[in-house]
Design a protein around this ligand. Structure first.
Ligand SMILES: Nc1ncnc2c1ncn2[C@@H]1O[C@H](COP(=O)(O)OP(=O)(O)O)[C@@H](O)[C@H]1O
Ligand SMILES: [Mg+2]
Length: 469
């Protein structure tokens, strides 16, 4: 750690607390303290009186002591800062943490969470430590228990680390675990990157807002230093993605996609995200964008066809590991879990919701729950499904009703006899429903058959298309 780095780091710390960078006198104090100078000499270097230098120093030591949670003064400044191994981590809950050795000092007293976003890339790399990564995970949820997904994690790691994929879409129905898997992938791949930033599109930010937020973090710029035009923002971002290895995770991308149309179209005011995805997917750089969505944006489908470095991972249910969720929730009658897991299609969120209900009403007795031979829809599950089904186009709704009314899986030719759709409309609607993971597909006797999972079928029949009952 040389003195330049020390100054940068100290500047960074002071800025996060005071929103002001080090001035000349403060810099002279730190340089002087680092090289063991006395205050008269420091004052001389700073062109100020000794009294002024001492006053400024006293404030500065207080600021640094507050942030670091230990007394810092002129005599211990050098040893304290040499001892520090700094990792910059913005926690999911938006507080800024400075990791010192193994202790996380929560610098909760930062004036504003905005400020902590803009910390400069201070990356001391003592010989025996990992290179430092700048991370901004403030938008990411808290880590919670996580089971299975070994092969999916291995696939993602292979694509991103070994094969250098530039754009990876993690797709799947709400609650299947897209956010969770992306979060658990980070420790496996983070050392490949200089910067990691997680942003949620949950509030439907415009492209400009998203780009500004990415650039502010990746380029360590302040609001006023970020260009205003979308083109400039895009070119600045791409420049950064070329010059550094950046990992960007955009969660909840479905919010920028339109309702009541075939899956994957952008909402009118969000069309320009298409340019971002295309630039990241098809130009040369060593960075990666992971995006999580209920359905693939249309460009991703096209880019996947054209470039080996753009991939889609469709997340299915959790498989056998889903039992661990029931165990965690303290459910009983383990021999019956398989039926329950199958009904709720190994969807971790659905299982969590239903497990909570079984625990609350039946003290965890799964066998008793299954005896009712009906499918329960706690309000939370209903609301989740509603959000997804509300996005369907008229053709898709028609098709869902038709497939939902059939007990057995149906073929395309059977569907054509039942619905008032041309073959091409039927193909488009089926493909779109497949992209949304709302219909299940199976191969039987050389035919492709379509059906709905029990939960979706019940939902379609009783909640959404009640006129079809
Ligand atoms: N592999 C897993 N093991 C345990 N819980 C999981 C797993 N994947 C997801 N979950 C839990 O299921 C819920 C939904 O997961 P989430 O990642 O938010 O789904 P999505 O982003 O696809 O909507 C969360 O409570 C999450 O913690
Ligand atoms: Mg999610």
């Amino acid at each position: 750690m040389d003195v330049e780095e020390i100054l940068k780091f100290a500047d960074n710390l002071v800025f996060t607390k005071t929103r002001k960078h080090l001035d000349n006198v403060q810099e002279a104090i730190l340089l002087g303290a680092w090289s063991g100078q006395k205050y008269p000499k420091i004052a001389e270097e700073a062109y100020c009186s000794e009294g002024h230098a001492r006053d400024v120093a006293s404030d500065l030591w207080k600021i640094l002591s507050d942030i670091l949670g230990e007394a810092v003064n002129k005599s211990n400044f050098r040893s304290t800062f040499k001892r520090l191994q700094i990792s910059n981590v913005s926690s999911p809950i938006g507080k800024a943490f400075v990791g010192i050795y193994n202790i996380n000092v929560c610098t909760d007293n930062f004036h504003s969470p905005e400020v902590s976003k803009d910390r400069s890339p201070f990356t001391p790399t003592p010989e025996n430590t990992q290179p430092q990564i700048r991370q901004d995970l403030r938008d990411a949820p808290d880590i919670s228990s996580f089971y299975g997904r070994t092969s999916e994690l291995a696939t993602l790691q292979q694509w991103i680390v070994q094969e250098g994929c530039r754009l990876v879409a993690i797709l799947g129905i709400s609650g299947i675990g897209k956010t969770a898997i992306a979060l658990h992938l980070l420790p496996q791949i983070q050392h490949q990157f200089d910067y990691i930033i997680w942003r949620s599109l949950g509030t439907s930010p415009t492209l400009e807002t998203t780009l500004k937020s990415l650039i502010k973090f990746l380029s360590n710029r302040h609001e006023t230093e970020v260009p205003a035009s979308t083109d400039e923002l895009l070119s600045l971002l791409m420049e950064k993605l070329r010059s550094h290895r950046c990992l960007i995770i955009l969660d909840d991308v479905q919010t920028i996609l339109s309702h009541r149309q075939i899956a994957g179209n952008y909402r009118p005011e969000y069309e320009n995200y298409s340019t971002l995805f295309k630039l990241i997917g098809s130009t040369c750089h060593n960075s990666c964008l992971i995006l999580n969505s209920w359905e693939p944006p249309k460009d991703i489908v096209a880019l996947t066809r054209e470039s080996a470095r753009v991939r889609n991972l469709k997340l299915d249910g959790l498989g056998a590991a889903a039992g661990e969720i029931l165990r965690e929730k303290g459910l009983l009658d383990e021999s019956k879990w398989e039926s329950l897991i199958n009904i709720y299609r190994c969807n971790p969120l659905w299982l969590k919701i239903i497990a909570a209900m079984i625990q609350e009403l039946l003290s965890g007795r799964v066998a008793e729950f299954l005896k009712y031979d009906t499918l329960f829809f706690p309000e939370e599950l209903k609301a989740r499904l509603q959000q997804q089904c509300d996005r369907l186009s008229e053709l898709e709704k028609q098709l869902m009703c038709c497939i939902g009314n059939e007990i057995e899986p149906v073929s395309i030719s059977q569907l054509l006899e039942k619905v008032q759709l041309s073959p091409s409309e039927l193909f488009n609607a089926l493909q779109s429903l497949g992209g949304r993971a709302l219909v299940e597909k199976q191969e039987q006797d050389n035919q492709t058959l379509f059906t709905l999972s029990p939960v979706i079928r019940q939902y379609v029949k009783t909640e959404y298309f009640s006129d079809e009952k």
